[in-house]
Design a protein around this ligand. Structure first.
Ligand code: FAD
Length: 374
């Protein structure tokens, strides 16, 4: 006999797990269907930067969403660590967004001005001040925009914590189970067909990352969400090289609590290939040495790749399927899915509760012919 749930979530990445956590907390009977392992795709590959002001610079709905999500961190970290027993490695030491040319320095100074006028904390540091705070940083840099409130987490642990906390609150997770299609009757979703049989539910949420469009083709929807591969590597240094994240336009270095440094990330559009390329990693190595020369003496740990989901207009899709009731979509978070996971789970749970106001800018009504492949 088919199992019956209030909500089925497709995808056990950070967004699916955050949605399950928020729904389970509100008393919904929820299950997550994951074709591989929990956080085995983009969510486990991420560097974990919470770059609300680092990555998103222009004011608008996404900047507001990112700030809303960042503000949720201290409380949600405590709650998840307590419920899950997983240590997330949250750090709020800020980000140095560095400049290596006069032109870039000027742009960052303007950004400092814009963001402080918008009520955010940011300051420009010249190279002397930057080196006073981070002495190992390259002398060739001109300075940095310091963003004190952009922190970081260990992305895999954060994703796992959402999943384990959701389980503690009663959610079920099926790993190594694929969703093949949707059960639909009278223009309303009834459940999903999986590799383990049919599961019934009042609502279904597709949070399948870069694979969401492939699955949603079954419903006749062409969702403009595309894969963008990213590669990273990590090293470990006996000596502490940096205290906070160093972020340049084409490379970042993120110091983890364990003493490991994550260096990322390449950007390779339109591929689901998760192999790590020699060219990608060697280019990152050169860039990292230019930022932090002593990193050349650190010990090699590993390299990996993940597939980010990007939408045609850069905004995530959070909303209901245009043709089928109670079939919802939450994907397209691109480089900010770790940062946006807390607010994504909350807004989708609000949506299921019937409160759709906060999510209007991200709904699916904006799909039209202006979307193209990147
Ligand atoms: P995913 O984590 O990809 O999860 C989707 C899940 O759905 C997968 O586990 C997949 O197996 C499953 N699935 C797919 N199809 C099906 C199906 N048919 N049936 C069942 N299951 C299915 N973001 C930040 O905020 N900060 C960072 O520093 C950062 N760094 C990054 C670095 C790299 C190298 C990469 C690749 C990404 C980075 N990101 C970062 C982006 C972030 O990782 C993503 O935006 C986020 O993980 C997306 O989460 P998700 O849950 O939507 O997708």
């Amino acid at each position: 006999m088919s199992k019956v749930y209030d909500v089925i979530v497709v995808g056990g990445g950070i967004n699916g797990s955050s949605i399950a956590f928020h729904l389970a907390k509100r008393g919904y009977k929820v299950t997550v269907i994951e074709q591989g392992k929990i956080a085995g795709k983009a969510s486990g590959a991420a560097a974990g930067i919470l770059g609300a002001q680092t990555e998103l610079t222009e004011d608008g709905p996404l900047f507001q969403l990112a700030r809303q999500s960042r503000a949720m961190f201290p409380d949600i970290i405590n709650e998840l660590e307590e419920l899950s027993g997983v240590q997330i490695g949250y750090q709020s030491r800020g980000v140095y967004k560095v400049a290596s040319t006069e032109n870039h320095a000027q742009k960052l100074k303007t950004l400092v001005h814009l963001q402080t006028n918008a009520g955010e904390k940011a300051e420009w540091l010249n190279i002397e001040e930057l080196k006073r705070r981070e002495s190992a940083i390259s002398n060739t840099l001109l300075g940095a925009m310091y963003i004190p409130e952009d922190g970081q987490v260990q992305a895999y642990e954060f994703s796992l914590a959402f999943a384990r906390a959701a389980m503690t609150l009663g959610a079920e997770f099926y790993e190594y189970t694929s969703v093949h299609d949707f059960l639909i009757k009278d223009e309303k979703v009834q459940g999903v067909q999986t590799s383990q049989g049919d599961l019934l539910s009042d609502s279904v949420i597709v949070a399948a990352g870069a694979w969401s469009s492939l699955l949603l083709e079954k419903t006749g929807l062409t969702l403009p969400v595309f894969p963008v591969k990213g590669e990273c590597f990590s090293v470990i240094s006996q000596k502490q090289l940096v205290k906070a994240t160093i972020f340049s336009d084409d490379c970042y270095i993120v110091p983890k609590k364990s003493g490991r440094l994550i260096v990322g990330a390449t950007v390779k559009p339109n591929t689901f290939d998760e192999k790590v390329s020699f060219g990608g990693i060697s280019a990152l190595m050169e860039k990292a040495i230019r930022l932090l020369p002593d990193i050349a003496n650190a010990e090699w740990v590993n390299a990996w790749a993940g597939i980010r989901p990007i939408s045609g207009d850069g905004l995530p899709f959070l909303g209901e399927h245009p043709n089928y009731k109670q079939l919802y979509i939450a994907t397209g978070h691109f480089r900010n899915g770790i940062l946006l996971a807390p607010v994504t789970g909350k807004l989708i749970a609000d949506y299921i509760d019937g409160n759709r106001l906060d999510i209007k800018s991200f709904d699916l009504s904006r799909i039209n012919s202006k979307f193209t492949s990147i």
